[in-house]
Design a protein. Sequence first.
Length: 334
Amino acid sequence: MNRTTLIATLAVLGIGTYVSMSSIYTVSEVEQAIITQFGKPVGEPVTTAGLKFKVPFIQDVNPIDKRVLEWDGNPSDMPTKDKLYISVDLFARWRITDPLQYFLRLGDERSAQSRLDDILGSETRNAVAKHELIEIIRTTKNRVPLRDVLLTEAEREQDIGSLVPIQKGRQLVEQEIFAAAAEKVRVFGIELLDIRFKRINYNESVRPKIYDRMISERRQIAERFLSEGNGEAARIRGNRVRDLNKIQSEAYRQVEEIRGVADAKAAEIYARAYNQSPQAVEFYEFTRTMQAYKSIIAENTTLVLSTGSDLFKFLKGMTPDGDPASAQRAADNR
């Protein structure tokens, strides 16, 4: 074999190998493929994994993911039925069930994500606008609120702390969005698997008002507790003053009783001491009269006494110089 023949043989083998490689492709377990010829799909979609063949050079392989895919929308501000603006963050799960329809209408995953943004965002806005905020936030209809144990019976009868009743709840709202959106995305060869609210928050313009209302409610509860505390403190202070007055009154009564008993005992002792003889009685009368003089007679004191008075009995015998006659004259002058 000469050199020219060898080169020709190698060239034919190289071209054959290149053609063979161009006609062979593989499909993995997580993919499906659409074969296009000059940009148009040909044949049925390839949905099974393995080694496949195509016409080389004129046919192209367009892989399409068949796993469960994620859609995570951006938070969007929207109004509720009760005119409260909230920021809703939604996420969903979807997959491609009709790759041919998906390829013809969307082409790639980026276009699919954009279309899901439009459809799910629109349906979420419609659902939120038809329901009040409490329906979107709460899930359980028959939820029993935790009541403050310090609530009075009157406050319990006023249903303080009771929850606003709901008719649907967040899960049913999610189901409404899912049902409406699933019908619209099916025409693109997409199956919507699930949809959930990831976050619901108040709009920035509404949030200060909500916080102010929460602060006002907390302040009302604090004022109620403060009022109850002040009432209890007043009751305790009143009881303290009452008990103190009672103790003081009881102590004063006991003091007066003891003092009365002591005075009676002292009078009894005095009586026994001065009743032992007539001279003792006279001495007692004299000392008591002298004590009375000391209490009632002062400088420039004028007394008007009868001659039969016990006080006058000792005064009529007293003179500045000790003369009984002068004492009699002084008594007559008086």
